[in-house]
Design a protein. Structure first.
Length: 342
């Protein structure tokens, strides 16, 4: 029986084994293994087929040491449970594949100075080429986070003051469009169920809602603070449903809007006949609420693509520039909003 090259001496298959199997030079095998473009397609396929036959796997660690690149991106994230974070992480994961990178994920639930700095240190030990920060809590802005010297960094959804690209959904314009929509329907004012106070996104949506009401000369109702969950929307919804003067509510995300709508239904208040409701995110289920939810669509895919593209560019150029990219939102009008009752 023919023995595969390189299998008999206790060592793994080598580039020389692949070169003999493919009938090419060792230099050609090296070019293919390192992803170089100066190999014609037929030769590349012949070398790859030979690698499969002999069981050769390129040593990515050794290749990284030679090239100074590890083809790996670190992601520091505060939570995997929130809708926005999970969708953005999905988008990042899809985008890195297009750039032939992989992801190393670090979660920092409390997002304290020590945890974030520690995450950077652990990522440095795992040899990543750059880091994307996906932490929306205010701690990131207040803390003196130590970013390793020379490590490319991109920040998503944050007011953190670092000399790095920042990618963010245009939260303010999204909230403004939701509030203006309800006022233009004829509602005297708009109530608001806000997200948690430590969230940058929640803060920007709240401030924008308030600014639109003030600019229109309308009463600004007391803010109801939720925690992004449908349960918190439901609890606030029970209070709002008991007040007949409430005719329009802007919830800072779709999940809280879902809880709000349930509370209104249980209290016998029709949506949108008695109360109009607008959410934020346009999660997949929003079109299937009853009634289908008017909401602000934000493009998590675009945020992920912009973040990865900015980081890959920084890795390639070796320059860190302080830029802000705002990804636009879109108001999606469905059946949960209407003029106020006569």
């Amino acid at each position: 029986m023919r023995q595969s090259p390189g299998r008999g001496g206790g060592r793994g298959p080598s580039m020389a084994d692949v070169a003999r199997e493919a009938g090419v030079s060792g230099q050609t095998v090296s070019r293919v293994a390192n992803g170089r473009s100066n190999v014609d397609a037929d030769t590349r396929e012949r070398v790859l087929a030979a690698m499969r036959r002999v069981g050769y796997r390129p040593n990515s660690a050794a290749r990284a040491l030679r090239n100074g690149r590890f083809r790996s991106i670190g992601v520091i994230i505060s939570s995997l449970s929130t809708f926005g974070n999970s969708r953005t992480l999905d988008a990042i994961a899809a985008a890195v594949v297009d750039h032939d990178f992989s992801i190393v994920l670090m979660t920092v639930p409390r997002s304290t100075q020590g945890e974030v700095t520690g995450a950077f240190s652990r990522l440095n030990e795992q040899a990543v080429d750059g880091v994307i920060i996906l932490i929306e809590q205010h701690q990131l802005d207040r803390s003196e986070i130590e970013v390793p010297q020379g490590l490319p960094v991109v920040v998503i959804d944050s007011n953190a003051r670092y000399p790095s690209p920042v990618i963010d959904t245009d939260q303010a314009e999204g909230a403004a469009s939701a509030t203006r929509h309800l006022l233009e329907l004829g509602h005297a004012t708009v109530w608001h169920i806000a997200g948690p106070p430590q969230s940058y996104a929640a803060e920007r949506r709240l401030r924008s809602w308030q600014a639109v009401l003030e600019a229109a000369g309308r009463t600004v109702p007391p803010v109801l603070v939720g925690d992004w969950s449908a349960a918190s929307g439901y609890e606030h919804g029970r209070r709002l449903a008991a007040d007949p003067s409430v005719t329009a509510v802007f919830a800072a995300n779709d999940q809280m809007a879902l809880g709000l709508v349930r509370a209104l239904h249980e209290a016998g208040r029709d949506v949108p006949g008695d109360v109009s409701v607008v959410g934020f995110d346009d999660m997949d289920e929003a079109a299937h609420f009853w009634p289908p939810l008017t909401t602000v669509r934000q493009s998590f895919d675009a945020v992920g693509r912009h973040a990865v593209a900015a980081l890959v560019s920084e890795i390639a150029d070796g320059r860190r520039e302080s830029t802000l990219i705002h990804v636009p939102t879109e108001l999606v009008v469905r059946a949960s909003t209407a003029p106020p009752p006569k």
